[in-house]
Design a protein around this ligand. Sequence first.
Ligand code: GAR
Length: 209
Amino acid sequence: MDGSGIRRLGVLGSGKGSNFVAIADAIAAGTLPAEVAVVISDVPDAGILRHAADRGLPALHVHPGGFRTKLDEEAEHRYRQTLLDHGVDLIVLAGFMRILKGGLLRSFEGRVVNIHPSLLPSFPGLAAWKQALDYGVKVTGCTVHLVDQGIDTGPILAQRAVPVVDGDTAESLHARIQDAERQLYPAAIGALVRGEVTVRGRQASGFRS
Ligand code: GAR
């Protein structure tokens, strides 16, 4: 069935969970040959945990420690252990607003994916749709990439372009980008799970959107 040895997804998110819902729906529809092993959030009342619990999936708040934008060392250990305990093969970042580093990344090297709401390498970091709007670009989009030690710098697996239209607000543009994300992310994860994607250095090939 799958050609990569990847089957069990560990989804990390901090927000409302629309990407998670798209992934869970693709699994339920049989178009994404994987299962969600666990959903973890750093935010106790995050929508993503509610969506996971509604689907009967393990949904855990794991305390992120004292920093605002990353996990402290003990928290990183807690996240790593929780993911290992649930037999996770692939970490799927779905709006997780903290940087992953060190031991956690080493344990899952090449097996952490993220979706970012811009066409990287443009507009890494926070509120990328607002950065694009403020800059005045006419096309932006979303990017699925492997996670490395940098911020939004890992090899790019898939991208989808989204137009910026006259009169767009940050909210309207983000909503249009999120529509694209909900299509692109399950499709890109599916290609990874089926072993269709090859990554050599920065060059990833094999994903057909
Ligand atoms: C998504 O738009 C995702 O691209 C973004 O957070 C949102 C989460 O929405 N991620 C980042 O900005 C990461 N740097 P969701 O909780 O509805 O999936």
